[in-house]
Write a protein that binds this ligand. Sequence first.
Ligand code: GDP
Length: 331
Amino acid sequence: MASTQNQQDGTIASFEGKRIWVTGHRGMLGSAMVRSLAGEGAELLLTTREEVDLCNQAAVYAWMEANRPELVFHIGAKVGGIHANATLPADFVRENLLIQCNVIDGAYRSGVQKLVFVASNCTYPSLAPQPIAEDALLTGPLDANIRSYAVSKIAGIEMCSAYRRQYGCNFVAVIPPNLYGPGDNYHPQHSHVVAGILRRAHEAKMQGADEFVVWGDGTPRRELLHVDDLADAMKYVMRAPTTHDLYNVGCGHDLAISELASIIADVVGFKGRIVYDASKPNGTMRKLLDSSRIRALGWVPKVDERLGLRSAYQDFMQILEDPARRARIGD
Ligand code: GDP
């Protein structure tokens, strides 16, 4: 078979026949990545935590040596919303540093052709100029609520860049905004903002309550991206020449948490009041990404926000009807 990769510039002409490892394939983004790769003719390599514990260096190296993935979408990580980050900082920094060292170094050792690593918008300084361009990384202090997670993800971005500089590896990182979509984590405390608000709006509606609570004061702004759009963008970056080692992947606009709460109330069909719990952290006030670098590759987001939120709500309702999935969201 003709080579589908140009070692020089890192382009991947096709995923056809490629052995592709998607780490974290049971999570929200990992499962979107698997959906997105279906029909590309790739040989997907998927490992559960029971099969390969990504925190275990010996297990990761042995599995990679035996299975020789050619491309890696490195998605597996310990993730959670602002409350989970504030209460479990040691778990976040430890697990993510271990996983990244094992997967990224393992990719170098086993000769992976290209790796795309997903980082986070919390890696940028909390007072970065808006919209935030990639070169704002490491230019200022981080939000204290999510610092441990952010430092671990910054280390992952730096590993991709360092392995490229020292060893010529085609390792690239992407930074998404706040993600939402099917397969989200709806845990009452540990979820991200869209899932948290969806759940409380739904519960208020079902209980006939006249209000539901939104954390913080409603003024922070967040940029949202549907998880299917991020999976699509990661394929774009995987295919593209490795001209840059970091790409922001945003939809290009943000909205206040209060606006988001109103839209979600509308999607859920909750007619009462929205109240704010200012004892909960606001976190970073704004983190709109400048995504012109990936736009220059030709990538554009496709999922309309309202339609995306409607489908996320339908997914949440399906979870409630499935006892096994329901147990996983702490219900
Ligand atoms: P962040 O973008 O990294 O801060 O992560 P989150 O997805 O957890 O979003 C946090 C922002 O949403 C903060 O401004 C919170 O005050 C606000 N927020 C409002 N309600 C909720 C909720 O139910 N869950 C979460 N996680 N955040 C909420």
